[in-house]
Design a protein around this ligand. Structure first.
Ligand SMILES: [Zn+2]
Length: 256
């Protein structure tokens, strides 16, 4: 079993220090390939909606369709149809944009996130882009916690290796982290509940609370108490991807 970490959307604001990628995870399971978050999709580059065009411009997203999950999969030797299931932390454009590139896949999300898409209420829930869902995804919805995972409420996902949705509501109404077990232990994708620079974050708590929800202090304390768990945020420095490619066998083992 291997987990491949792909950067499926680069954001390059004016300060080079702040250039980040968007990790999407490709996992071999008993039910075929599973993708956790999709990044931007092909049509976000070729014919972006006004919303995506606005965000791409504001976040200075380079015009690089080669970063889409579907193009990277093909380069790794897979057919797009091999991705049977997609798990999403939430439905923002930079996480769900690739859905139309995998129209056959089942899409696993929390019920509350689906409800937020249907009836957005907060300003954060305005960053959904309808074009990403126009093909009519096959939704698989989860509502009630079934387990505990390392102290968190957890919803078991129907795959081997073991995986859980971890409710971390706040950034959006149904935002979740995803915990995945592999031969090296646990990987915890905290999504947009954790800032990119979580260890050295200078952002005041009130601003984190407003933009990414209330979980930062708890996740920081939890991470310090669980050094054995690999933790990542929804956006990581570009150097993260280079470092992992060079040092982590679970990344370079992708595709074989
Ligand atoms: Zn988001």
């Amino acid at each position: 079993m291997s987990i491949c970490v792909l950067n499926c959307a680069t954001m390059a604001p004016w300060f080079p220090r702040w250039h980040v990628g968007t990790p999407c995870l490709l996992i071999e399971t008993n039910r075929g390939l599973v993708l956790v978050d999709t990044g931007l999709g092909l049509h976000d580059y070729t014919s972006p909606s006004p919303v995506v065009r606005l965000f791409r411009s504001a976040l200075r997203v380079p015009n690089d369709p080669g970063l889409t999950a579907v193009r990277q999969l093909i380069r790794l030797g897979y057919q797009p149809e091999a991705v049977q299931h997609i798990i999403l932390t939430h439905l923002h454009f930079d996480h769900a944009g690739g859905l139309p590139d995998f129209p056959h896949a089942q899409v696993h999300i929390h019920q509350r996130e689906y409800d937020a898409l249907r009836q957005p209420r907060s300003w954060m829930e305005m960053a959904y882009d309808r074009s990403h869902f126009a093909h009519g995804p096959h939704w698989v919805l989860y509502e009630r916690p079934t387990d505990k995972w390392q102290g968190f409420d957890a919803l078991r996902l129907p795959f081997t290796p073991e995986m859980y949705l971890i409710p971390l509501f706040g950034h959006t109404r149904g935002h979740c982290g995803v915990a995945i077990q592999d031969e090296n232990g646990w990987l915890f994708q905290c999504g947009d509940a954790l800032p990119t620079n979580a260890q050295f974050d200078l952002t005041p708590d009130w601003l984190n609370q407003l933009a990414i929800g209330p979980h930062v202090p708890r996740l920081r304390a939890w991470a310090a108490a669980h050094p054995d768990v690999r933790i990542m945020a929804a956006h990581m420095w570009l150097s993260f991807f280079e470092t992992y490619r060079a040092t982590q066998p679970f990344v370079s083992a992708a595709g074989g």
